[in-house]
Design a protein around this ligand. Sequence first.
Ligand SMILES: [Zn+2]
Length: 182
Amino acid sequence: MNLPEVRESLRAIQRAATAIAEEADRALSALENTDPANPSRWLCYPLHIETKRINSPFGVERATFTHEGIDFYAPLGTPVLASADGVVSRTYEGRFYGKCVVITHPHGGKTYTTYSAHLDRWSVAAGQRVRQGETIGASGNTGNSTGPHFHMTLVEVGNPKRLRGISLVGCIDPMPLIMNPP
Ligand SMILES: [Zn+2]
């Protein structure tokens, strides 16, 4: 081997080592996010934040609709995390949810979808695989929102239940599934 070839093979080893280290990091964080005492709680708290507080729970009746998700306390720019392993279905900006990341999560033979809404920005792209606890964006105040907070909707795909006034079908309460609630 000449010098450029040696350099290139060393770089290849370096890249491989980095990839292994990143994979180990993800595996470790998934382990930390698993609560063996509560295997039914398979979602992690969706924010990287000291102060865990719920501003508005699931199912609250509002003027024209039933609250189809949870509003979490989140100052502007709080890191928003993937609450479970999954694949980003899409990112979009809508009138209601503002900047929103939609992730599909297979779990226990079912498929679930999370909507992370009112974001200031997202840091993932459609088709991207995400791990539980991975940062997907930052919380904001976009769309139909009266102040900075983070809204998450959890949909059980195939669940026909429709909440009053909400076009999303199959919304369920994420709270009993969150492993480290406030
Ligand atoms: Zn909400």
